[in-house]
Design a protein around this ligand. Sequence first.
Ligand SMILES: Cc1cc2nc3c(=O)[nH]c(=O)nc-3n(C[C@H](O)[C@H](O)[C@H](O)COP(=O)(O)O)c2cc1C
Length: 171
Amino acid sequence: MSTVTEIINTRSSIRKYKDQPIPEDVFRTLLEAGLKAPTAANKQEIHISAVFADNAVLQEIQNDLNPNAANHYWYDAPAVLFLSGPDAFKWSAVDAGIAVENIHLAAADMGLGSVILGCMEGVLNGEKKAEYAKKLGFPEGFSFHVAIAVGYPDTEKAPHTFDFENNVTIL
Ligand SMILES: Cc1cc2nc3c(=O)[nH]c(=O)nc-3n(C[C@H](O)[C@H](O)[C@H](O)COP(=O)(O)O)c2cc1C
């Protein structure tokens, strides 16, 4: 097991996966990583809908997003987790973002790769919103915020560079 700092320093988004299922206990740990994330006022309301690659809803979303895209938006990962939160709570999007990063870091720690996904937001919150909310098992009054594709990586990617001076102000 690595330290959190080591994982933060070495992780990157993975967009190519092995055709290898995720063991049940590892998958459970990933879901729990999302649930263990801090939430505003400790609401713990973020809902995770776990969808496996053989579920037709993934392709249906693809068809509504872009049927002619070069890649599936989930990059053929064995599983995709869709995070939704209550519309009535102003911190839902932030809570979902923190939960998805917890999952991303926990995945890397367990030798998995993952990529956070937002490109389907317009489809999931668009005119078929109610239909997709039902298909994905979102609780009543919840909207999609973010998703994450997870699986065993079939590629390596160096961490991104950054511009410390431009992005940080130390007063
Ligand atoms: C909120 C959010 C939404 C994202 N949506 C997508 C997406 O739809 N598709 C995709 O391939 N990557 C997506 N990404 C991954 C970013 O493209 C990626 O984090 C960024 O290019 C930096 O690369 P790195 O994570 O490897 O450092 C998303 C990341 C975040 C945080």
